[in-house]
Ligand binder design. Structure first.
Ligand SMILES: *Cc1c(COP(=O)(O)O)cnc(C)c1O
Length: 373
């Protein structure tokens, strides 16, 4: 009899523990070691830049969640760099125009030095994106995008890019594998800022790659060793502890995000809400088809533009005015204030909904919207 596959929220709790012997600790230990004794046999780690048992435990969880072979890196950018480092010199790269600011900055940086050619695309427009993939080496997908919350048609992009011989990467930081499994939809590589929802407590920087093809995963692992973008064992342990509660954290945050989106939509001080869970959101049908939920990120535009949005950020008392996302605490910020985010509407406030009670969050947002700017 084969056991039924476990729900991903269960795998977040149970994967990466090994069978264990009687008397063993339940918690995976933090292995603080840079050197290992020789003679450990095939696959054994000799030096700490090559591997670490605490990394492996976290990688086992991420592999189970995404359905591929996972490797952890020092940060999300470290993971992104490993993927970009595989590109041949001069490679054309089609990239979501509103992809993560750091990804775009690194691609622009490489382009300035003639190492790649960047082709920015509207990732929600499948036809235009695939047209830009002609002759490209890589298609860089994000869904939902940050902060405009556009939804990419992952199966269509993966299929179309494959026909053109173009490798696909999906940054799955916003959705998490509990809501979207890009590898199941045909994407080649998933990257994560584990810093965000997976670790979930705003206390650690970590990244990951997950590849469907073990040979490609091995190439990415080799990049980590060569580039030295290795996580600290303590950071891996903190992320492992965080990911255990991903299911309940995300379930609560997502339920609150949906409720806040519906209430914000009716608020007279708000001109537009971007959340794929709203039935009239442009990405709703696509998100409903390829996601298991609509997530805990939303954005809203404040009547009165930039100054009014700054007022909301200054006047919240429970939610925290801060960058980043995916923590147990609700954070919000005006994205257009960041250099490189000029295309984002000035009055757009991005919210990462956390685990506080939804009524407390609503009371806070309502008073911040009512306060004079
Ligand atoms: C934060 C973030 C990154 C970068 O990750 P770091 O852990 O900060 O290096 C990449 N992609 C997305 C979508 C992010 O939000």
């Amino acid at each position: 009899m084969t056991a039924a596959p476990l729900d991903p929220t269960t795998q977040a709790v149970s994967a990466g523990r090994g069978a264990g012997d009687p008397g063993d600790a339940l918690s995976v230990p933090v292995t603080l070691a840079s050197v290992y004794r020789s003679g450990g046999g095939p696959g054994a780690v000799g030096y700490g830049r090559e591997g670490n048992p605490t990394w492996t435990a976290l990688e086992d969880v991420l592999a189970a969640l995404e359905g591929g072979t996972a490797h952890v890196f020092s940060s999300g950018m470290g993971a992104i760099e490993a993927v970009l480092d595989l590109l041949p010199l001069g490679a054309p790269v089609a990239v979501a125009r509103d992809a993560y600011i750091g990804t775009r900055a690194r691609l622009d940086d490489l382009a300035e030095r003639g190492r790649v050619v960047v082709r920015p695309v509207d990732i929600a427009d499948t036809g235009a994106t695939l047209a830009a993939c002609e002759g490209a080496s890589l298609l860089w997908i994000e869904s939902p995008t940050n902060p405009l919350m556009a939804i990419a048609d992952l199966p269509a992009l993966a299929r179309g890019a494959r026909e053109l011989g173009v490798r696909t990467v999906a940054d799955n930081t916003f959705a998490t594998p509990l809501l979207t499994r890009p590898l199941d939809l045909g994407v080649d590589v998933v990257v994560h800022s584990v810093t965000k929802f997976l670790a979930g407590h705003s206390d650690v920087l970590l990244g990951a790659t997950v590849a469907a093809d073990p040979a490609l995963a091995e190439e990415l692992r080799a990049r980590r060793t060569l580039l030295g973008s290795v996580p600290g064992p303590m950071e891996a342990w903190l992320a492992l502890r965080g990911v255990r509660t991903l299911g309940p954290r995300l379930e609560r945050a997502q339920a609150s995000a949906g409720e806040l989106a519906r209430r914000l939509e009716r608020h007279p001080g708000v001109t537009r809400v971007r959340y794929p869970g709203l039935p009239d959101d442009p990405g709703h049908a696509r998100a409903a088809a390829q996601m298991r939920g609509f997530g805990a990120m939303l954005a809203f535009e404040v009547a009165g533009g930039g100054p009014a949005a700054d007022g909301v950020c200054a006047n919240v008392r429970l939610a925290i005015h801060a960058t980043s996302l995916g923590g147990v605490e609700t954070t919000l910020e005006r994205r257009n204030e960041h250099p490189g985010e000029e295309a984002v509407p000035a009055g757009l406030v991005r919210v990462s909904v956390g685990c506080e009670h939804v009524e407390d969050l609503w009371a806070d947002l309502a008073q911040a919207l009512a306060a004079p700017a």
